[in-house]
Design a protein around this ligand. Structure first.
Ligand code: MET
Ligand SMILES: [Zn+2]
Length: 757
């Protein structure tokens, strides 16, 4: 059999994004949105059927986020939201994006990164008031939809442990049986309903099992599922894990009466060892995740068939299900739109649709005794031989010649910050933004005209300059202290650098969902990386020429470029990171030579890719932090180095972040109850800090009073001398009418606070 853990839902041309956005702008009715989405889902199911996928997922679709869908399903939604909306979809989007009218002001749920991916999920809150009850019909409706299209799907739901652990909890002990019994009831009802509807398989996703588990977690898992599985009736229940290995609980989970266990053999190489050591129950299916759901390179059939054959000495061959390693949500839809990619490079790639083909080819080969004589197999072998021949120069000479001194910034922070204060002469609580300003329609249309050749590069440049002039003026009017140039030249903070550095492939339509309706188009790192020319210098210089206030030079850091690109699997990440770092370093030094006094090197994704298991942290951090340090170790002490980080759990990592040795760090914090500020106090971090005072992902206009309160609280926690005031991330996804008033309120709030210092 073949299984797909999940399929991209945004549509091959990001149709869903456009529909949801028009619905939110009141340009598309609820009925139209629902009907369009039904058609889209059907297309995706049918496509999978064409490639003879046996276990086709449903309920992997979502208007915004499947974690929020699940919170709605089990009824874990705050009462104050429920009270306001009679319409479920309005309630749903209020939770996703916040809601404001004359009388009501509701915040959006906070967002966090989904494990080590760049997908963000919405974080529900579970309190002692949460009453779990079956509260939506979405998964059942989707199952019936597919059924009426002639496809019996495998519904996917998020498992209880993953749901509870990734939600925010207040005043509850999730391990207390009297607390979770209610949730168990809901899961029982869900299974019953699927059985009634005639489902054969149900997939329960428990990716949390690949993280470090406590005894309590394992005990909870064991008793919860022991009880739940008593009610599975005729259903076959798949326990699906992904993103790593299940070393902490393998022995336990194989004893439970799941009918199938899904293991990731791409990110969880150790799963094979677990099977070798403990065996695998004869009566169960093994859903073998062998086709990488997180990268765009072709599958190596030789390696995969070796693995499958190895597995077949522990598991009956007919019980081995060939599967994606995780949902295909993390790769673009199809290569068929990539008409501009060099065919010599394109042949090494596989997006979601091509991965469906790989699954069916692997199934065929696995069923044949003499697969090595099959032409499909032979061609794949040849391809990988060719890939091997044009391998990157494993460690390029420059990387090879690095010494300890290349990673060391001198003098120490205390001496640097003194010099910087003299040069910059900023007021207390300096105000700034993170870099990007709203990417208005005119910016997007100019970029698309440039792409189509309808305007010249000179015309495009002069348009960008006019946007810079305007944003400088806006910042003057608002009264900010440290300016930005607005990042109008960047389609995306990573893709832009990919386009301007040598070594990357840029796709036309390689969109991947990042959160809600937001998609990114990660570039593909294919060969050695070099800086061909200055990348940002002209824009920053121009912005600085228009004002006396300091303008920050803003660059994307090497680890973030690496983590938000697709990277070849045959060279160590560390080497690619150092190559990127050397390229960014050249840009940093050129900005400095041009008189830029503050340089911000964004590392939004440095923490995101932290390995899920603690025992692997130090290896990753050691090279990731070194790569960052390499970019700015040789700047003058007077040049102030900032970094920006967002949407991860930093609390326990501050001592590591301190090793980046920056002068100022801005990050997301307002939504996480300031635990981060307490952690900062306890950590060895010396840098000045700018915890975001408003959530840029919500269109909500934040009042001066609300921010003033926050700022006072922040001063209480970290003191007035090391505090910056700024939003929690870039403003590019917002509309000007949303952010300009909020920025104005932010500055006014700071002025009032300053007056009373
Ligand atoms: C996701 S972090 C974004 C940082 C970038 N400088 C911006 O303002 O958009
Ligand atoms: Zn950010």
């Amino acid at each position: 059999m073949i299984s797909v853990v999940g399929f991209p839902r945004i549509g091959q041309n990001r149709e869903l994004k456009k529909w949801v956005e028009s619905y939110l702008d009141k340009k598309l009715s609820k009925e139209e949105l629902i009907q369009n989405s039904k058609n889209l889902k059907k297309t995706h199911w049918q496509l999978q059927k064409e490639y003879s996928v046996d276990l086709i997922p449903s309920n992997d679709f979502s208007f915004y986020d499947t974690f929020l869908d699940h919170a709605m399903l089990v009824g874990s939604i705050p009462e104050e939201y429920k009270a306001v909306f009679s319409d479920d979809l309005e309630l749903y989007f209020a939770l996703a994006k916040g809601y404001q009218d004359q009388n009501i002001d509701l915040k959006a749920l906070p967002m966090k990164k989904w494990f080590f991916t760049n997908y963000h999920y919405l974080v529900p809150e579970i309190t002692d008031n949460t009453k779990f009850e079956l509260s939506s019909t979405k998964p059942f409706d989707e199952f019936v939809e597919a059924l009426s299209a002639g496809i019996k799907t495998k519904p996917v739901i998020i498992g209880a442990l993953t749901f509870l652990k990734l939600s925010k909890k207040s005043n509850v002990d999730i391990y207390d049986k009297s607390f979770w019994e209610k949730l168990l009831e809901v899961y029982i009802q869900i299974l019953k309903r699927f059985e009634e509807l005639g489902a054969e398989f149900v997939q329960i996703d428990e990716p949390i099992l690949v993280t470090d588990l406590s005894t309590k977690d394992i005990e909870f898992f064991d008793s919860f599922y022991r009880s739940l599985l008593l009610h599975k009736g005729k259903l076959k229940v798949i326990l699906q894990t992904y993103f790593g290995d299940v070393r902490d609980c393998f022995e336990k989970i194989i004893l439970l009466s799941f009918d199938a266990i899904g293991l990731d053999f791409v990110d969880g190489k150790f799963n094979l060892e677990l099977i070798k050591k403990f065996g695998f129950p004869q009566e169960k299916f093994l859903v073998a995740g062998v086709v990488n759901g997180r990268n765009v390179f072709k599958n190596n059939y030789k390696n995969t068939l070796e693995l499958l054959n190895m597995l077949s000495s522990f598991v009956d061959k007919k019980n081995i299900v060939i599967s994606t390693s995780c949902s295909l949500l993390f790769v673009p839809y199809s290569l068929k739109f990539e008409t501009n990619l060099d065919s010599n490079k394109k042949k090494f790639l596989a997006f979601a649709e091509e991965k469906l083909k790989e699954l069916s080819e692997l199934k065929l080969l696995f069923s044949q005794e003499n697969f090595t004589t099959n032409n499909i197999y032979f061609q794949n072998i040849q391809l990988f031989e060719e890939m091997e021949k044009n391998k990157l120069s494993d460690v390029s000479t420059a990387v090879n010649n690095l010494t300890d001194d290349d990673f060391e910034r001198k003098p120490c922070f205390e001496e640097r910050i003194k010099l910087q204060k003299e040069v910059l002469n900023l007021p207390q609580l300096p105000t700034t933004t993170i870099g990007s300003f709203p990417q208005t329609q005119d910016v997007r249309s100019a970029r698309s005209k440039l792409k189509k050749g309808e305007i010249t590069f000179e015309e495009y440049e002069s348009f960008i300059k006019s946007k810079i002039e305007r944003v400088i003026k806006l910042q003057e009017e608002i009264g900010l202290d440290v300016f930005v140039h607005g990042e109008y030249e960047r389609n995306d903070m990573v893709e832009f650098f990919g386009e301007n550095l040598e070594g990357f492939l840029i796709t036309q339509n390689g969109w991947v969902q990042s959160y809600g309706t937001r998609c990114v188009k990660p570039p593909i790192i294919f060969s050695d990386i070099k800086r061909k020319r200055p990348i940002t210098v002209e824009y920053i210089k121009y912005a600085q020429s228009l004002t006396k206030k300091p303008v920050k030079g803003i660059l994307t850091g090497p680890v973030t470029i690496l983590n938000w690109s697709f990277v070849r699997e045959d060279i160590p990440l560390k080497n690619v990171a150092f190559q990127l770092a050397l390229a960014i370093k050249e840009e940093v030094l050129e900005l400095e030579r041009e008189g830029v006094k503050i340089i911000q090197i964004d590392e939004a994704a440095l923490i995101e890719k932290l390995p899920l298991r603690r025992c692997q942290h130090s290896e990753y951090l050691s090279w990731a932090i070194k790569a960052f340090r390499l970019t700015c170790s040789k700047v003058k002490p007077q040049t102030q180095i900032h970094t920006h980080m967002c949407y991860s759990n930093f609390d326990e990592l501050l001592d590591e972040i301190a090793k980046m040795d920056v002068d100022v760090i801005t990050f997301e914090a307002a939504k996480s109850d300031f635990t981060l500020l307490d952690s900062i106090n306890k950590s060895s971090l010396k840098a000045e800090v700018g915890p975001g005072v408003f959530d840029v992902h919500s269109p909500r206009i934040v009042s001066k009073e609300e921010m003033k309160k926050l700022i006072l609280k922040m001063i209480e926690k970290v003191g007035k001398d090391r505090l910056w005031v700024n939003p929690d991330c870039g403003l590019k996804t917002r509309k000007e009418e949303e952010v300009l008033p909020t920025l104005q309120n932010m500055v006014l709030a700071v002025w009032e606070v300053r007056n009373n210092l």
